[in-house]
Design a protein around this ligand. Sequence first.
Ligand code: ADP
Ligand code: ZN
Length: 730
Amino acid sequence: MTDSYFHEGDLVGVLTTQPLDRLLDYKAPEGGCHLGAFVEVPLGPRKVLGVVWGKGKGDYDLAKIRSVIRVLDVAPMREEMRSFLIRAAEYTLTPMPAMLRLGTRAPGLGDAPSMRKVYRLGDTVPDRMTGAREKVLGVLRDYGGLSFTLRELAEMADVGTSVVKGLVKLGAVSEEEAPRDTPYPQLDPDYGGKELSADQAIGAEALRAALRSDGYGTTLLKGVTGSGKTEVYLEAVAECLRMGRQALVLLPEIALSGEFINRVEARFGMKPAEWHSGVTMTERRRCWRMVGQGDAQLVVGARSALFLPYQNLGLIVVDEEHDTSYKQEDGVLYNARDMAVLRAAINGAQVVLASATPSLESWANVEAGKYQRLELTSRFGAAVMPKMDAIDMRVEDLPGGQWVSPTLRGAIQQRLEKGEQSLIFLNRRGYAPITLCRACGHQIGCEHCDARMVEHRFLKRLMCHQCGETKPMPTVCPSCEAEDRLSAVGPGVERMGEEVAELFPDARIAVLSSDLYGSARAMKAHIEEIAQGGTDIIIGTQLVAKGHNFPLLTLVGVIDADLGLQGSDLRAAERTFQLMRQVAGRAGRAETPGEALLQTYQPEHAVIRAILAGDEESFWKAEAEERKAAGVPPYGRMAGIILSSPNVQEVFDLGSEMARMDGPLRAIGAQVFGPAPAPIARVRGKHRVRLLVKAEKSAPLQQALAKWAGQFRLPTNLRMAIDIDPQSFY
Ligand code: ADP
Ligand code: ZN
């Protein structure tokens, strides 16, 4: 390529991370620069980060054009990464600088490589040997030649750091400066593979063959929890590593990554690189740089790991592909599952979407022949999907203020007698969703949002689940000032804990909810203890639906199976179906078969019936027919427009004007609905109005939206967010 190198003084166009709508011209620095180079450029009085994006336009006074300050010591952005950012920006209608920020989310990228002290075996032998000294030298000898940080070495030898320092003084251990950003250890694809079942072997071979094709492809890997999907896609990772390409495994929940990292280590002998919000800043920087220079073979991460500068990405696994947390809901609104497919298509890489309960989107792509489908039908080992039944709450005899029906109580009692575990599932954090004044009827709400405050008795506070605002539990009603008349209405998991403790005073009970833990580590430790049998009855939110193993669990009781069906969300049925099946899938993972009981007031509801029958294909077919008829995703296209401002008049005025001036949308046959106050009409003191745009699947929606939205001038404090393929409608 002739255009890929610029000599000193050549004009280059630089994309910066600053919110500007154009590239800026600079002169290439001394020594020149490559296309894609990460650079530091002057902007006014500041220095900002940018990427050399192409030739300069030269439409600016040449005398005023400044020089690039310096080229950063990191691998230049590759052509495919540039294409990916451009296409992702077009798809999500995001300005390029915001995309570049996503692609450079590692602090200190521009800093000179920082150094740290490392320790390795020295040449002398100490005159006086002690047990502690012997341990340190033993570790260094075992790892011949390798060096460690002070803390690593002390930990591995199980001695205090002073022992190591003492050895340094004696010359038995040498201390050196080494760059902090070191390559990740090599993974061995043949280290610890398991012997696969017949099903698994077929799946693994299909994925290996797809990888060897060296082209793009997506495979839906379906199988109930525990069917051995992870084991199968780790075989695909192994093949990818053998081919010398990089692999990425996306997980929805960082709380789960610890368990997963251990599995990777058991499979490949070493730990992979990690990328998520729980990783330190220095480690993030190391990850970004090493991925860019090909010194990290496998990354395990959250959705933003898609925007790392892979050198040769061959495989992306999206585990639990149906999980709603793959959709980023603020800043750049993207769905990591869809962006994974885009990135792979550009890179000639393979995608594996793993799930027990795939999204209708993926199901439809299989039907349309766009994705390959692999299915693991039996569970690994003996257990099968639990027996499922409804408990008809209309006929259960249950006093007010209690939620465990006599039938469910009896089933739990049986488990207690047999020494097995039960899980009570309620997808509601806190003690009670409503705090009501019995004197005046006032319900305590959030001051900044149109949402009720939820009582968290454990924290002794009320909390808004929209904005996170908390306040102490009042003793008098904020409205009528009556004393001691506030009462909790409805159940949350904490309240279920109380009820269950009263019903089963001798049982060991644990409430699992993300807000009850100070750290992900504390939560993990507790889950581990529960799995070992430390608890008889587990009470949990959605947290327990996600991949934790409880081998002694044989009963799942769902307190309110109707909960998810009430929303106006087009995916309400799909989500309830998935969640109920996942929760039910927690029961009977080892040798003992499980049972799932769903408390419901509408046992004849189509979704509840499909869950009970375990008849996935007919559920998906019926759901697909309904969505086709309604022209909604995945059979039609949708975009949400959210206008928000402290000024309520302005959001409605602009909303109405947008609905009126819908020419560009009508031109492609799209329709606009609204403006309507968003279901939560006020969040953090901002009023929110929504419009919804619907179009046919083949319509060029993004172009029309850009043209349409571009017609309006936004008042200073008003923010417009365009959400392509919205997942949430709040
Ligand atoms: P999934 O990802 O479908 O939930 P996993 O791959 O986690 O299933 O498998 C469930 C359990 O069975 C895990 O503990 C895993 O280690 C074990 N397992 C899966 N496949 C095998 C195998 N071929 N040999 C031995 N154990 C296996
Ligand atoms: Zn709030």
